[in-house]
Design a protein around this ligand. Sequence first.
Ligand code: PHE
Length: 494
Amino acid sequence: MDATNLVNTERRMLSVMQGSEGQIWTLKDVLDACNWSDQAVAVGAGQGLADKGYVVVDEDVSTEIRLASQGNSAIEEGLLESRLWNWIKNSDDPSMANLQKSFEKHEAGPGVGLLKKLGIKLDLGLFVCGDKSNVEHIISQRESFLSSLPKPVESLDPELLNHFRNRRNFIEMVESTSRTWKITKVGMKLSDSDLVEKEMINEITPELLQSDTWKGAEFRAFDVTLESSTPRTGRSHPMQALIERIRHIFLEMGFSELVEDYVQTAGWNMDALFIPQDHPAREMQDTFYLDNPKSMNLSDDLMETWSSIHKTGGDTGSVGWGGDFSKDTSQKGLLRTHTTVNTIQYLANNPEAACRMFTVDRVFRKEAIDRTHLPEFHQIEGIIMEEGANLQMLVTTLKTFYRKMGYPEVRVRPAYFPYTEPSLEIEVKWRGKWLELGGAGIFRPEVTEPLGIKHPVLAWGMGLERLAMLVLGLDDIRQLYISDLEWLRNQPII
Ligand code: PHE
């Protein structure tokens, strides 16, 4: 054995260990005794000493099972089968048809499968159960399994473990290696006088290569199989990174960015867009109206114009919506419900010059928070105004955008918005399914003519968080804003 090969860290670790023969050293012991903070240094030094026979290493690889996103929501909201079972027990009408009404689609579908496996059958459209106590037993076993996590894999019931492994995103396995070190007899005997000081080269630099010193020198070998800590540097939140990428794509396609306030009037948010004043989306339960400013002044001319368009269609050839038009309603302050409020104002201020504008910004709707909804989210909005702009151009632009985002399969379907004609729904294909990402269309004359807009306007508005769910492979929109550091660190660079 070549004692001269001890590097400083090895030497230090050895002399510390010589101080107590027979001790089993954990990583923490070594770090404390040597006054080191980097585990990789201790592991490296320990490995070096072990290679030379001065210590023995004992490695213990263990696997821990932890809750993943679905597992966490099951703890918060109850397992799907448990919620379904309670519903069956308490419902006056435990039928398939009623189940589909009482649960969302994404739960009702898999839920029926889960119930079947629990021995709950459909008989003439009604759920019936032979062995109730067995169902309750299985459910409570599953629930206590989940609430016992995290736990080492070997301490868990293999059947339940297998069950949750087959359910997407319920649990995850995390492997970790723990090491202990013990000094050997040879190690105990090694003294400083056995050591010869010798320079070893750690790093090859241009200076080193230019000089002659490398010729007789010894190089320190690297063991590339050793574990080391992952360097953690600051990085953008995946949402921010996604927004940057979207900006780049639109800039590349010749668009300019529009950044505007989210405090707006109902007039611009809705009246200008020919959304009737009695439209259900205007209700308090869908829109956040403000107490301060409760109302914001709009010019009388503007409101007169909207009023005549809404009541009779004005000079646009439309018949309007009929009914009354309230200027107070127009002047109500609100948090914008869509970014179309800003593109329409841009057009009102610049009605003649052809333009391509986009925004990626926050909007607000009174939504209950669930797997696919947030009350505050982002829209990717865009307009193209130019002579001869047409539907074909709109579809091609949207397809180009999604292709650049990495989604080559895009389709559009007819839809309805009060302010566009024709109106489209945009869908992209993801994991074999079509997902709806937003709306688009060509602004109606009721919108463009009163503002003096000269050319056809192609417009679209799409959900950013929905797109983020695709890009990051999420099945719960809330994950984006939980700020779970572990999750954030492991996200791909977008
Ligand atoms: N504003 C619509 C929404 O919020 C989207 C849209 C924008 C539709 C522009 C057509 C034209 O869903």
